[in-house]
Design a protein around this ligand. Structure first.
Ligand SMILES: *Cc1c(COP(=O)(O)O)cnc(C)c1O
Length: 416
């Protein structure tokens, strides 16, 4: 592509172009960070108003029943399910990824301990999002049964690392830094061939790429709603457990919302039958209510159409950065092969942090991840091809003028 007009023409022919109107995008901003915090759906402001003024303000405690608050984790779980290849009553929206990982990893390890107590290894990747590894470390210390966390340095080492000693493989499908994407069906099959259980983290997959949990035969999954699902800052995460495992495992955070009859106030815990046992305590209802506004946009399209546009946006970005910014030390760290990447693209630059701050000051919002990585998320519901063109032109200008050298771009905030 050589001209901005060509990008505009792609937008005119884009079948998803009208969905952008459903998002409250700020003016003068090209937002390429929907992989970290999705843009607010326009419906969210009205929904928040209704929840706060009417459901909470007027109806108060009655809203647990009358506004369906108590049912929200299950009802919204069912709305999310088709996006990840999950069945009815297999998903709950609740808590955070970290907390849900603790519940499911613990349940998975205990299930394996009953089946085959010799297995004492949890496999993951050193490049996994650190919180996932921290949770595994915390659980292992708690169990004190001699578990080992076996971390590989490259995805190609996983098949060998997953052997007959492994209890659970805890794999994040799309890597948060590089955008590398695993073949879920093939890796799950290998994990099962070795007798291990497959726990998938869909943080950068849900709403970004088509996922088929049941079709892949996966065992457990977690993911969040504030990235590609546009649920809002800190909106609750989700947990998926297929029917075949639901009543076979018990999660350790045995709070009252997971009890089979919470309002009987029984002094003894008895887990709910089904997906409800993966809940723990009272949920943040205001935030959870807004998750529905993000999910409703997905009902107007399908993940195949989203994937097609995502691949075209990512391809265009790579092509333009490599052709128009070739005078600068930018190195692609995301796989070129479409089948091996999610919906974000990362480039390394020796001064990555300052370059990203200079870009943000010019209204092109991506983010930065250690070490040296400039990360750009492409969210087909609201990102246009012309945004890709304009973002690359801004990047070229920032690099050519070295505006990133300004002192204000060197200081780091608490959140990068
Ligand atoms: C974003 C992300 C998280 C975040 O976890 P929270 O507990 O919801 O803060 C965890 N794991 C991965 C792989 C992520 O990308």
């Amino acid at each position: 592509m050589n001209t901005r007009e060509e990008a505009v023409a792609l937008d005119s022919a884009d079948p998803l172009r009208t969905l952008r109107d459903q998002f409250a995008l700020p003016a003068q901003t090209i937002y390429l960070d929907g992989n970290s915090l999705g843009v607010a759906p326009r419906a969210a402001a009205q929904r928040a108003q209704t929840v706060i003024a009417a459901e909470w303000g007027e109806s108060l405690i009655r809203s647990w029943n009358s506004a369906g608050w108590f049912a929200l984790p299950r009802r919204l779980g069912n709305k999310l399910a088709p996006l990840i290849g999950a069945g009815e009553n297999e998903v709950v929206i609740t808590d955070t990824i970290s907390v849900n990982l603790f519940k499911l990893l613990s349940a998975a390890v205990n299930l394996q301990n009953e089946r085959d107590p010799k297995r004492r290894v949890i496999v993951s990747e050193r490049s996994n999002f650190p919180s996932d590894l921290y949770i595994a470390q915390g659980l292992m210390a708690q169990l004190d049964r001699g578990y080992e966390l076996r971390l590989v340095d490259d995805p190609s080492e996983l098949p060998t690392a997953i052997d007959e000693d492994v209890a659970v493989a805890m794999i994040t499908q799309v890597n948060y830094r590089t955008g590398y994407m695993h073949d879920m069906a093939a890796l799950t099959k290998h994990i099962h061939d070795k007798g291990a259980l497959a726990l998938w983290d869909l943080a950068h997959s849900a709403g970004a790429v088509p996922v088929d949990l049941n079709g892949s035969g996966a065992d457990f999954a977690v993911g969040c709603t504030y990235k590609y699902l546009n649920g809002g800052p800190g909106s609750p995460a989700f947990a998926w457990v297929p029917k075949r495992h639901q009543n076979e495992i018990v999660q350790p955070l045995s709070g009252w919302w997971g009890h089979r009859a919470p309002f009987e106030m029984d002094p003894t815990y008895a887990p709910d039958t089904g997906i409800g046992r993966f809940l723990c305590g009272t949920q943040g209802i205001v935030s959870m209510s807004l998750v529905e506004c993000g999910l409703d946009v997905f009902l107007q399209t399908d993940m195949q159409a989203i994937r097609r546009k995502s691949q075209a946006l990512c391809d265009l970005f790579i092509e333009l950065v490599e052709s128009r910014c070739d005078a600068f030390p930018l190195t692609l760290v995301t796989p070129r092969d479409q089948a091996q990447r999610g919906s974000h693209v990362s480039f390394e630059h020796p001064e990555g942090y300052a370059v990203m701050q200079a870009l943000i000051a010019r209204g092109v919002i991506g983010d930065y991840r250690e070490p040296h990585v400039l990360r750009f998320g492409f969210t087909p519901l609201y990102t246009r091809f012309v945004d890709v063109w304009d973002a690359v032109e801004t990047l070229r200008d920032v690099l050519a003028t070295e505006s990133w050298r300004a002192p204000e771009f060197m200081t780091r905030g608490a959140v990068t």
